[in-house]
Design a protein around this ligand. Structure first.
Ligand code: HEC
Length: 124
């Protein structure tokens, strides 16, 4: 067994985040793919393809969908808050009811984590 194979094996056993070269915090690739697909089908309408809050559905909304590129917003919100609003919607956390809940994701914590990570990656 080569050194690399050994290291890879140790990573699999430990499921250590540091072993994930993409820096995904140990989120499985399948969950990331699903999250991307969900973002494109459910979120771009309002938040826009690059998360700027400028999707076609945004024009009619007040307040506007969040601009994920906004660094000040990114640093003022924690990961748990992002995940909660994705699952429970705006109304559940005292924000705009236009931000819809996604109850089907309650059973998919890794996909929610991947969505949160995707949103984080949109910061400019
Ligand atoms: C129908 C339009 C609409 C859709 C679809 C939508 N959102 Fe939103 N979203 C909003 C609005 C409006 C806000 C702003 C709420 C506020 O500031 O009161 C928001 C806010 C957010 C926030 C920020 C919450 C905060 O505390 O600042 C996150 C994160 C978010 N949306 C994620 C998502 C994700 C992920 C999806 C897709 C699964 C999605 N949204 C789909 C309208 C939408």
């Amino acid at each position: 067994m080569t050194r690399t194979t050994l290291a890879l094996f140790a990573c699999l056993l430990a499921a250590a985040p540091a072993c994930n070269k993409a820096g995904g915090g140990g989120i499985p690739e399948a969950a990331k793919q699903e999250a991307k697909m969900i973002y494109e089908t459910r979120c771009t309408t309002c938040h826009g393809p690059r998360g700027a809050g400028d999707g076609p559905g945004s024009a009619a909304l007040t307040p506007k969908p969040r601009n994920f590129q906004d660094k000040t917003w990114q640093s003022g919100i924690n990961d748990g808050q992002i995940e909660t609003i994705i699952k429970s919607g705006g109304m559940a956390v005292g924000k705009s009811p236009a931000m819809p809940p996604n109850p089907d994701l309650d059973a998919k914590p890794q996909v929610v984590a991947a969505l949160r990570e995707y949103i984080r990656s949109l910061a400019q």
